[in-house]
Write a protein that binds this ligand. Sequence first.
Ligand SMILES: [Zn+2]
Length: 221
Amino acid sequence: MKKVFIFLGPPGSGKGTQTSRLADKLSIPHIDTGSLLRKNIQDETELGKIAKSYIDKGNLVPLNVVSSVIKERLMEDDCQNGYILDGFPRSIEQAQALEEILSQVGKFTLKDDAMAIYFDIDNELLIQRLINRRSCPKCGTIYNLISNPPKIMDYCDICDTKLTIRKDDNEETARARFKTYENETAPLYDYFKQLGILEELKADGSISEIWENLKEIVFDE
Ligand SMILES: [Zn+2]
């Protein structure tokens, strides 16, 4: 079985949920690059301080800094049996950086040990999902009025707080974000396909349907 999983899924595709489920099932960590960077900044690690200096100036954290953060993470004990990468790589340049990181860590390679899972999902469905997303301002639980509705309309199941719509979940922003995602992902799709590690996941269904499809890909391979 593969050890390194790279998820290529647009926002609103349920990627986060599937990633967590797979991480639980395989007892491997789910490494979300955004959270990882934030944690480094919060903990004021050396790399976190460097990353913060860029963010404070309104700049993107450079790839070599992101790579170092990821590399450190991949060398930790809980990564020895594999891991799921989320939010990285997002470009060919980052994919090449990942190959470099893996060769430095020396445990896994993209070609032999990785699987890139591409969420195959209808664009319009995705945009509808984004628009129908609601979150709880108190406990942070995310709902979707279509695919994962709260038991009582507009109220959090867990803490009964009125749900809110995130500012960037309106249609225009949703379409723009999707376009960005498509532009980023198309080259990566080809890159992973050429490496022979790309798997397409049917992701139009419910959370449990997608999960069944995902298990098939991961375990029947
Ligand atoms: Zn809540």
